[in-house]
Design a protein around this ligand. Structure first.
Ligand code: PMP
Length: 435
């Protein structure tokens, strides 16, 4: 077995000082058999090195942001430049205009943008703005979608909360939970029924238009189009949480993704962003139609602010990351490698008689221990957690790093190579044999 003595030791120490030893619960190994998570020391390109000197191929990509691989020279240079010029001003800068322009060009529904510090903040702010604009209070969300850790959206939340068995978090007042209605993803009849009942009080329908938090799940053909249409029939706003999906599958958002030929039919009113747009530094952003965004202070009465918002380091890293991603062929190459992995895993699973299904969208995919593709949260919950845990452990022993959760995805980056893929397929073959 791999020597991870130092990780185990650091974990014991961390437990003394940091709640659960981790600063985000999704990093804990609780759902995959417990014990010490791996403490990483350094990362470069597609690789991690842990504190015991073991090397791993990284498909976690920090839960999404690291799409160009670790310490990409173009991004590193941008961060050094920003740090040299001072990390935080508390004044506007020209850099912010540049990144806002880049986002607007790629995401046509965003007339006006505001930068914040995380995906959580971005989502939280879209809800405030939607409520201010519609003067209504309720939000409809989809079971298993994860929208960060603000009160309103920690109901039937996928990702980390589901992994740890707490999709409905404690600490949320009943009065607030009553403002949220949850319906199954990909079920337009359920959404329509909810709107018929609560539509007059509904400020917005919040959705991950392409889901990344109970596996990688595409909306069924026509679902998003119908969602936008029926939501507007009831005078509510459509909010896309694209924290994980924007710039993931192509240079842009769901609205401009080729799977949705009628762009106007899938255009949201508000969009929340994060992850990739910060190039690995903390960031979030939200935006949408001008008339709606004008609710936000200083123009309007909806208050939203941030000491760190739009800081030159995050903005510079974000610009550099988008520059890397705008090169031709980048997404095609990540997809090519993801297809190779998926094919290799499928063959190995079949060889070992393990029922496994891969939900793949371009360069990202999720592995589910069941015999059918995942289309909603309930199906994802029912997959075999024990087999996933053994797969995860087997991969880790082989030096392959993925998220310790059956709900999370594998992410290809621009740094992965065919050699990495070959090694990963061989590792997965051995891991699948053992489960
Ligand atoms: N929305 C979605 C779709 C996400 O995937 C995440 C993070 N996984 C968030 C919101 C929250 O972002 P953050 O962790 O930056 O607060």
């Amino acid at each position: 077995a791999m020597n991870r003595a130092r990780s185990a030791q650091l974990y014991e120490e961390a437990l003394q000082h940091i709640v659960g030893g981790v600063n985000s619960p999704s990093r804990s190994f609780k759902a995959v058999g417990g014990g010490a998570p791996v403490f990483m020391e350094r990362a470069n390109g597609a690789y991690f090195w842990d504190v015991d000197g073991n090397r791993y191929i990284d498909y976690l990509a920090a839960y999404g942001p690291i799409i160009t691989g670790h310490a990409h020279p173009h991004i590193t240079e941008a961060i050094i430049r920003a740090a040299t010029n001072g990390t935080l001003y508390g004044t506007p800068t020209e850099l912010e205009i540049k990144l806002a322009r880049m986002l607007k060009e790629a995401i046509p529904s965003m007339d006006k943008v505001r930068f914040v510090n995380s995906g959580t903040e971005a989502v939280m702010s879209t809800i405030r703005v939607a409520r201010a604009y519609t003067k209504r209070s309720k939000i409809i969300k989809f079971a298993g979608c994860y929208h960060g850790h603000s009160d309103l959206v920690l109901v039937a939340a996928g990702s980390g909360p589901s992994t740890l068995g707490i999709p409905d978090s404690a600490g949320i007042p009943t009065s607030i939970a009553h403002e949220v209605i949850t319906v199954p993803f990909n079920d337009i009849d359920a959404l329509r029924a909810a709107l018929e009942r609560w539509g007059d009080d509904t400020a917005a329908v919040m959705v991950e238009p392409i889901v990344g938090n109970f596996g990688m799940v595409m909306p069924k053909p026509g679902f998003l189009e119908a969602l936008c249409k029926v939501t507007r029939e009831f005078g509510a706003l459509v909010i896309y949480d694209e924290v994980i999906s924007a710039f993931r599958f192509h240079y842009g958002s769901t609205q401009t993704y080729h799977a949705f030929p009628d762009q106007a039919a899938v255009e949201p009113d508000l969009t929340a962003l994060g992850k990739i747009i910060g190039g690995g530094l903390p960031i979030g952003a939200y935006g949408g139609r001008k008339i709606i965004m004008e609710q936000v202070a200083p123009l309007g009465p909806a208050y939203q602010a941030g000491t760190m918002a739009g800081n030159p380091a995050s903005i510079s890293a974000g610009i550099a990351c988008l520059e890397v991603l705008s090169a031709p062929g980048v997404y095609e190459e990540m997809e090519r490698l993801a297809i190779r992995l998926a094919d290799g895993f499928n063959e190995a699973a079949a060889r070992h008689g393990v029922p496994m299904t891969i939900n793949r969208i371009r360069g990202a995919f999720s592995t589910h221990f069941c015999d059918h593709p995942i289309t909603n949260y309930e199906e994802a919950q029912q997959t075999d957690s024990e087999q996933f845990a053994r797969f995860f452990r087997g991969l880790l022993e082989e030096g392959i790093c993925i998220a310790p959760s059956k709900y999370e995805a594998w992410f290809l980056t621009t740094a992965h190579t065919d050699a990495d893929v070959d090694a990963t397929i061989a590792a997965a073959d051995r891991a699948l044999k053992g489960i």
